[in-house]
Design a protein around this ligand. Structure first.
Ligand code: GAP
Length: 534
C-alpha cells in the first residue's frame, strides 16, 4: 500500500474509533497525555470480550492452567532478580536544539553535508566553546545550517551570535542528526523504561517501587504458593491478565505502543528435558495432545500452534498473521527460542505476541535473590528440579488494534432508492463483537411494535449485549450498528404482530456481513444467537 493510502486508512480507523466510542485520548480535555488511551463504551465491551475469551480458553477449558491476579506494585527486589532494574532500557538520544527525545534505534539514517562549529562569540564578548553540528541536504546553502547553529547558541544565553570554526564534511547514512531539523543528537544513553514511585509517606531511596513492566514476574514469585494450593503437577501453567507500564521513549502508532497497556501472559512450567526423558508417554492420548514427557521444543511448538488457533477463533486468520523466529544472536542469554506472532497492521507487520522458551532463568533468579527454594519434587521420577518455562505473552491493546484494523471495511452499496453509498462496517467475529444484536421496532410510533420489540430485547438481554434502537429510518439504524460491528439485527414488523397470521411471532434477522435477512421464530432467536456468539 502506498504511504498515503496507509495513512488514510489509519486516519479513518482512528476517526471511527473516536466517533463511535471505541477509543479516546486519555485526559483529552486537558490536551491529552502522550502514550495513554481510554476505551469508550464499545471499546470497553470489545476489550472485555477479548480478555474473557482468552481467560476461558487458557484456564477454564483446560485442566492444566490456573489463574492469578497479583498486585501491580511488588517488592523492588523482584525487578533486580528479573534483570529489569539494570537491563530493561532502550537507547535514547536527545535533540540538542529542541530537547525532543528519540529511541536511538528508530532514527532514520540520513545523508548530506554536515557543518561543524567549534563554538560561538556574542556581541557582549562572551565566548562559548560548546561544539555543535548541523546536517543539511546536499545543495542547500550554508545559511540554513548557520541559522540552526545560531538558535542553538542563542538558547545558551547568547545574543548577536558569531559562529566560530565552521567546517563542512559530506556525510552518508548517519543517525547522529535529528531528521526533523538537522540538529546534532546526543550520544545514545540507556533509558530505563520502568515507572518509579514510592511506597509510604516518605520519598526516600529505600521506598522506591516500580509499576510492573510485565505481569509475568508475579507468576514466578507466586509459583510455590500456587503449586501448593492448586494441586497441579508439572507440566502446568499459571496465567494472568493485567496492566503493565513502560515509560516508552516514543509511544507510537495509536494504541500499538503505549505507556500503560494490558498483557495476557501464561507461564507454562515444564520438566527439564533430562527429566522429561525419564517420564513414560501416556498411551491413550490423541496425536498432538500434550504429553508429560515432551521436551521444551515440543511444548514450544505446541503453544505457538495453540495461540495461532486462538487468534483464528476470534477472526484473525492465518493469512493476517506472520511469524518471526528470533535469530540465535538476538535471543536473550537465557532463552532457547522465541517466536513473535505478528499481525499485518496497515502501518507494517508488527508483533502481537511473543512466545519464548525461557529455560529456568526466572525461577532460578528468584530462588537466588529471595533465598527461597523454587524446586519442584517430581513424584514420578523422584527428581528435584527448578522447572523450565514456556511463555506466551500477548498484548491486549495491540490485539484490539489488530481486531479493529482487520474488521474495518468500506463497501459500496445501493440503497432502497437505487443511490450508491459507502457502507462502513466493522466485521468483528461475533465472539468479540461489543454488541451482539440490535433490536428495532419498525416504527416507533406504533405502541404494539415497540412493546413486542422490548419483549424481544428483554428476552435476549440476560444472555448477551443488546442495543435497542427505535430512532430514525430502519436503514439508518442498520448502518449505525454496522459501524459498531454488531453482527445481527432483529426487526419487529407488522407480520410479527400477525398481519400475515402464518408469520405471527416471527422477526427478520439481518446478518451484518451479507446484509441478508431471514425470518425466524422468536423462540428460535436465543439458541441461534448463542450458538454464534459463544
Ligand atoms: N513477559 C514477557 C514480555 O513482557 P514483551 O515482548 O516485552 O514480553 C509482551 O511484551 C507483549 O506485550 C508484546 O508482544 C506486546 O503485545 C505487548 N506490549 C509490550 N510493550 C507494549 C507497549 N508499550 N504497548 C502496548 N503493548 C505492549
Amino acid at each position: 500500500m502506498a504511504e498515503q493510502k496507509i495513512n488514510e486508512r489509519m486516519e479513518k480507523i482512528v476517526s471511527l474509533c473516536k466517533r463511535r466510542g471505541f477509543i479516546f485520548q486519555s485526559s483529552e480535555i486537558y490536551g491529552g497525555l502522550n502514550g495513554f488511551w481510554d476505551y469508550g463504551p464499545l471499546g470497553a465491551e470489545l476489550k472485555r470480550n477479548v480478555k474473557d475469551y482468552w481467560w476461558k480458553a487458557m484456564t477454564q477449558k483446560r485442566e492444566d492452567v490456573v489463574g492469578l491476579e497479583a498486585s501491580i506494585i511488588m517488592h523492588p527486589k523482584i525487578w533486580e532478580a528479573s534483570g529489569h532494574t539494570t537491563t530493561f532500557s532502550d537507547p535514547m538520544v536527545d535533540c540538542l536544539l529542541t530537547k525532543n527525545r528519540f529511541r536511538a534505534d528508530q532514527v532514520q539514517p540520513q545523508s548530506g553535508v554536515a557543518y561543524f562549529y567549534s563554538g560561538a562569540k556574542d556581541a557582549t564578548g562572551k565566548e562559548l566553546s560548546d561544539a555543535f553540528s548541523v546536517l543539511v541536504q546536499k545543495g542547500k546553502p550554508p545559511e540554513s545550517a548557520r541559522k540552526v547553529a545560531t538558535q542553538f547558541y542563542e538558547q545558551r544565553g547568547m545574543t548577536g551570535v558569531q559562529l566560530l570554526g565552521e567546517r563542512s564534511e559530506l556525510v552518508e547514512n548517519s543517525t547522529k542528526y535529528n531528521p526533523e531539523n538537522g540538529s546534532l543528537l546526543t550520544e545514545a544513553r540507556p533509558f530505563n523504561l520502568m515507572f518509579e514511585t514510592h511506597t509510604g509517606p516518605i520519598k526516600s531511596p529505600e521506598n522506591i517501587a516500580y509499576l510492573r513492566p510485565e505481569t509475568a514476574q508475579a507468576i514466578f514469585v507466586q509459583f510455590k504458593n500456587v503449586l501448593e494450593t492448586a494441586r497441579q503437577k508439572v507440566p502446568f501453567g499459571i496465567c494472568q491478565i493485567g496492566k503493565a507500564f513502560r515509560n516508552e521513549i516514543n509511544p507510537r502508532n495509536y494504541i500499538f505502543r503505549s505507556r500503560e497497556f494490558e498483557q495476557m501472559e501464561l507461564e507454562f512450567f515444564i520438566k527439564p528435558d533430562e527429566v522429561a526423558a525419564k517420564t513414560p508417554a501416556l498411551t491413550d492420548v490423541a496425536e498432538g495432545e500434550p504429553q508429560p514427557n515432551w521436551g521444551w521444543e515440543q511444548w514450544h511448538k505446541y503453544w505457538v500452534e495453540q495461540r495461532v488457533r486462538w487468534y483464528e477463533s476470534i477472526g484473525l486468520g492465518r493469512d493476517t498473521l506472520d511469524f518471526y523466529w528470533q535469530k540465535k544472536e538476538e535471543l536473550a542469554h537465557y532463552a532457547k527460542a522465541t517466536v513473535d506472532i505478528l499481525f499485518k497492521f496497515p502501518f507494517g507487520t508488527e508483533e502481537l505476541e511473543g512466545i519464548a522458551a525461557r529455560g529456568n532463568f526466572d525461577l532460578s533468579q528468584h530462588q537466588k535473590f529471595s533465598g527461597k527454594s523454587m524446586e519442584y519434587f517430581d513424584e514420578e521420577t523422584r527428581d528435584k528440579y527448578v522447572p523450565h518455562v514456556i511463555e506466551p505473552s500477548a498484548g491486549v491493546d495491540r490485539l484490539i488494534l489488530a481486531l479493529v484494523c482487520n474488521a474495518f471495511n468500506e463497501e459500496e452499496v445501493t440503497d432502497d432508492k437505487g443511490n450508491k453509498e459507502v457502507r462502513t462496517v466493522l466485521k468483528f467475529h461475533p465472539r468479540v463483537a461489543p454488541v451482539k444484536v440490535g433490536v428495532f421496532p419498525l416504527l416507533k410510533n406504533k405502541p404494539e411494535l415497540v412493546k413486542k420489540a422490548q419483549e424481544v430485547r428483554d428476552l435476549l438481554r440476560p444472555h448477551m449485549t443488546v442495543f435497542y434502537d427505535e430512532a430514525g429510518a430502519i436503514g439508518r439504524r442498520y448502518r449505525r450498528q454496522d459501524e459498531a460491528g454488531t453482527p445481527f439485527g432483529i426487526t419487529i414488523d407488522f407480520d410479527t404482530l400477525g398481519e400475515k397470521p402464518e408469520l405471527r411471532d416471527t422477526v427478520t434477522l439481518r446478518d451484518r456481513d451479507t446484509m441478508k435477512q431471514e425470518r425466524m421464530d422468536i423462540s428460535e432467536l436465543l439458541p441461534f444467537l448463542l450458538s454464534r456468539i459463544r
